[in-house]
Design a protein around this ligand. Structure first.
Ligand code: AKG
Ligand code: FE2
Length: 338
């Protein structure tokens, strides 16, 4: 089993202490109860959401297991040699064998609370589907909920990239990953409960990150951290996790490039999170890799900005130029193994 230590905690909405000791030092911390005065924490029960948002349409994902994304079947496909999945050329829902489903708030919440326990864990609303805001543009569908939470005062509003909305049932788990593009993240537990597992980016050498140069989802680990295959991933045993429980009203700070996964343990788990970016990125294997891709992309005239499409274009270019791919791939591997 890997080593586990506790995530440090501070009590209440003590953002001065947070900024001086944790934020710029890239140290994860749980701010216990920092969101407990939010109207969201006081009001967002299943009944309230059904009453106020019941007919609003949302999009959730259903996958073949309680893992989100569901990366394991991909290995099975590859092993059986039937079809080689490629992240760079396929849409997310292809490689994880999932489907997007349109639904009203009301019927999604009913499913989360009354479907079989196995089915409840297969649903996932979150991440990049129905956000509260995206680069300053508010999502009109979720506007009625927007005034129920407060942007943490330590985050400069003009630096916020996305405000995320997450809603899941019992026993859904997110797969180990770091947030794309290296954004800073504060994630608030509004209802329900989650356990968070965090790994320092310097642990990348023990986490078997997927390789972008193989057309794989570069910000995900290959290891199913809740049920690791130590024969396949022996170094994972030496990785140290920081672990913490998030209860209603708690916030967790996930410093950029920290690798994380969550176990969702409440019946109705709702989170609001804030992703923002600043310029002071620390050097670590993951920031180094992304910086290296940035430089490669501008060198090969692939639109220097780190976004998914320009990465896909860059990987395609590598596929067409095996000699260049070979060099880039060797550097990627050496950065991750260092
Ligand atoms: O709640 C989860 O399972 C995932 C949350 C997450 O990955 C994030 O806040 O970046
Ligand atoms: Fe994340």
């Amino acid at each position: 089993m890997n080593r586990m230590n506790e995530i440090p905690k501070i009590v209440g909405d003590n953002f001065d202490e947070f900024v001086s000791k944790y934020l710029y030092a890239d140290i994860p911390v749980i701010l216990k109860g920092a969101a407990s005065h939010w109207n969201a924490v006081k009001k967002w029960s299943a009944d309230y959401l059904i009453q106020t948002m019941g007919t609003t349409q949302i999009t959730y994902k259903k996958t073949g297991s309680n893992l989100h994304p569901n990366l394991e079947p991909r290995y099975l496909l590859e092993k059986s040699g039937k079809e080689k999945g490629s992240y760079a050329t396929k849409k997310t829902n292809d490689f994880e064998n999932s489907q997007f489903i349109e639904s009203s708030f009301e019927s999604y919440i009913q499913k989360l609370l009354t479907d079989s326990f196995e089915d409840r864990s297969k649903y996932f609303l979150g991440g990049d589907v129905d956000n509260f805001s995206f680069f300053g543009k508010k999502n009109p569908k979720l506007l009625p909920l927007f005034s129920d939470f407060i942007i943490p005062p330590c985050i400069p509003e003009n630096k916020i990239e996305r405000i995320g909305f997450w809603m899941t049932g019992r026993n859904a788990n997110s797969w180990l990953h770091y947030d794309g593009g290296g954004a800073c993240n504060i994630n608030a537990q509004v209802t329900g409960k989650k356990t968070i597992y965090l790994y320092d980016p310097d642990e990348a050498k023990n986490l078997y990150m997927f390789l972008a140069t193989h057309g794989e989802p570069l910000n995900f680990s290959q290891v199913n951290f809740l049920n690791p295959d130590f024969n396949k991933f022996p170094l994972f045993e030496s990785a140290t996790a920081l672990v913490g429980e998030l209860e209603e009203g708690d916030m967790v700070y996930i410093p950029r490039y920290w690798i994380h996964g969550f176990k969702h343990t409440g019946n109705l788990n709702i989170n609001v999170n804030f992703w923002w970016n600043t310029d002071n990125v620390k050097l670590n294997p993951l920031s180094a890799r992304e910086d290296y891709f940035e430089r490669c992309k501008s060198a090969y005239d692939c639109d220097g900005k780190f976004d998914h499409q320009s990465l896909i274009n860059f990987i395609k270019l590598l596929e067409e130029n095996p000699a260049i791919k070979n060099v880039v791939e060797r550097v990627e591997k050496s950065i991750l193994d260092a």
